[in-house]
Every structure is written in structure tokens, then in C-alpha cells.
Design a protein around this ligand. Sequence first.
Ligand SMILES: Nc1ncnc2c1ncn2[C@@H]1O[C@H](COS(=O)(=O)NC(=O)[C@@H](N)CO)[C@@H](O)[C@H]1O
Length: 426
Amino acid sequence: MLDLAFIRSNPDVVKEAARLKNNSIDIDALLALDQQVVALQHTVEDTRAKQNQLSKGIQQAAKEKNTELRNNLIAEGKKLAEFIKAKEPELTQLVEERYNQLLLVPNIPDPSAPVGKDENDNVPIKYWGEAPNFEFKALDHYDLMLKHDLVDIERAVKVAGSRSYALRNDAARLELALINFAMDKMARKGFTPLIVPAMARDFAFVGNGQFPKGRDQVYEIKDQDLFLVGTAEVSITGMYKDEIIKGEELPLKFVGYSPAFRQEAGTYGKDTRGVFRIHQFNKVEQYIICKADHEESVFWFEQLLQNAEELIQALELPYRVVNVCTGDMGDGKVGMYDIECWVPSEGRYRETHSCSYLHDWQARRGNIRYRDEEGKVKFAHTLNNTAIASPRILIPLLETHQQADGSIRIPEALRPFMGGQEYIGR
Ligand SMILES: Nc1ncnc2c1ncn2[C@@H]1O[C@H](COS(=O)(=O)NC(=O)[C@@H](N)CO)[C@@H](O)[C@H]1O
């Protein structure tokens, strides 16, 4: 959410941001509604002021034993009270309507973000590693998983429906190893490890930005104010709602694990083979709450990206970083880089990580504030990036490290988390 004062004084900047982000919000209508609210607030306040004057007059008339004047003033006071009683529900309703519109206003993208419509307009800014050149017939991730008895999709689909899977044998151990590997590396970088709730209340999704717009992507627990999170980011944003953090404690740096649940509405028929796009997966999330300063946010944005790059390089996976365009980054972001790992069987890069900075757009929605060194209370800045999301990361991992004999090499960095094992299938 943007500061209403900012929208009032910079309507064209906000309209341009909405245009760049394919966001259909009507800023003129929002500002007209805002003027209605302000006018009605003034009317109610003026009426209250008149009521106070009247009560003084009534006391004075009583003192002077001027019964007629006193009765007239009391009658007038009753009329004012009725007027306020009639106007208050209208004012409450308009304020709520304005708030609901404010939730739909996008953040202002950084000028460095490419202007574009969708992911095809994202701009690659860095490449790392050489795509493997197999001297043998390489298999795709699903065939490799079947070959080594690493997955059971049929029985998972039986129990959980489409886009479900069960990991078996070394794939189950590999996923846990990857989660441990990521948590361990980030903890050693001073990030506080968290295992957070995978169910959260409505307010956490509003604070994070998934509600109201992305509600169709979220699973709801029937008859309770509880929803399954699509990322630990939602739970962490919700955990710090309404807090005023001591400035000297910032930045808060979290590495949060949680299962992630997504309806994947609108992706029918896309990526249906294997485990690329599923309804439930596991993710280790980097999350930062820092002071409200652009340079500070950009610093942590680069740090979060670098952390993920270090993890991927340790897994020896070729990848590229893309600067996400305005039409693909979503409402809340100021800037966003995706990391895409090379998937040999597809002969292209596929997204495995997403790194964003949002300035105070989330903190304003979730009321996350801090007290700075002058004692001023301000909305904080928030940032997030994937550390590891599995099983999607297994796709480049298994494919890239497959050997001529069909076995799969486990990268050095992962072996300590796999009991020292060096290969799958040897
Ligand atoms: N339906 C899905 N199935 C498998 N993996 C997914 C799915 N949706 C997202 N992911 C993985 O989770 C990563 C982060 O998801 S994201 O929506 O892009 N970004 C976030 O959730 C942020 N909180 C940063 O992690 C993706 O890059 C991808 O690797």
C-alpha cells in the first residue's frame, strides 16, 4: 500500500505505475472517493464542534435560569446528534471503501526495472556456468526419477489429486539435505532460522499482498480464519504485524522454512510433467526487515541475490539472473530479479528463485514499524528471496549431474547433508 498523502500529491506517478504494471485501478475514482471521505469527516467534526458550543450555551442558560433558551438549545443539540448518527455509518462505509481501493494500488517500480508486459520482456543481466554437454543420451528429471525409484506420482495423485507427488528414496533425502544445506548456510550468514506456521490468518495475506488480488491462488481452511501459505514470507509478515521494532535491532534477517501451498489457478496444462509446478512444495525463504531507506533496501536486495547465487553455485548449477519487467513483477515490488537455472532437457533456463524489494508497501499494509534514532516511528522496508525451493530445484540438479552410467553425482556441498553419499544409483 502507498501512503495516501503520496497518492494525493503524485497522482500521475501512481497512474503511470499502474499502467506499467497492467494494473487497472482507477486513481481518479480513488481520489474522488478520498475527497468525499475528507469532506464528510469535516462535516461531522464541525457538527461535533457545534455540539460542544451548544452544551456550553445550555450550561450558561441553566445558570441564568433562562429555561426557554435552554430548551431551544437542547432541541437544537438533539437535531445535531441525529445528523451525526445518520452520517457516521455513511462515513464508516466510505472509509472502508477507500481502504479497499488503496489495497489495489501498486508500488512504484524502480526506474531500473525494464518496462514490459510479461516474462518475455524480462532482461537477462548475468550468466554463470556452462550448460553440460552430454556425450550420452541424457534423461529428463522425470525419467531420471522413475529410473532411480525417486518419485511416486500415481499414488500421490490418488490421495491428493492433480499436481501432487511423493518423493521416494534418495530424492526424499536430497530434499531434506537441500533444506538443511540452505538453512545451515544462511544461519552462518547471521540469518535467524525460523520454522513458521504454514497456516495464517487473512490479515497476514493482506499484509503480504496476496489478498485481495491473489485470493484465488490460496487454499482456505473451511469455516476458520485460516489459509495455507504459499510462502513463509506470508507468515513472517503476519508475525510482525502491529510491532514497533527498536531501530537499533534492524535489519531483522530471517531464513524461514515452511511448506508452501498454491492453487496454481490459471496454469491448466502448463508444466504438467514431473514436479515443476505442483500444489505443495517446500521452501527456505530469505526475509529482511530493514530501515526505510532506499540505499539500505538496494544493499539488502543485492545481498539476498548473492546469497542465492552462492547456494546455486555450490550446487554447481548453471544459471542466469533476469531483471524482471514492470508487467511481470506484481503490484508490491519496487524491483525484482529472478534466478533461472539451466534445465538441460528443455534446453532453456527456468525460474528457481525470485528476489524482491518492496520498500514500505508491505510494512504499510501489515503495519510493521520501527523507532529510528530520533525516536520517530516509521514503516519499515521489507525484502525477500528464495534460498531453496524443492522439488523444483531437483529438476536442474538431477538433470545436470546425471552421468553416462545413469547415476547422478551429488555435489560436494550437499554430501555432508547426505551422510557423505557421492552418487544416486551407484
Ligand atoms: N507451484 C510451484 N511448484 C513448485 N515450485 C514453485 C511453485 N511456485 C513457486 N515455486 C518455487 O518457489 C520459488 C519462489 O516462489 S515465488 O512465488 O516466485 N516467490 C516467492 O514465493 C518469494 N517469497 C521468494 O521466495 C519459485 O522461484 C519456484 O522455485
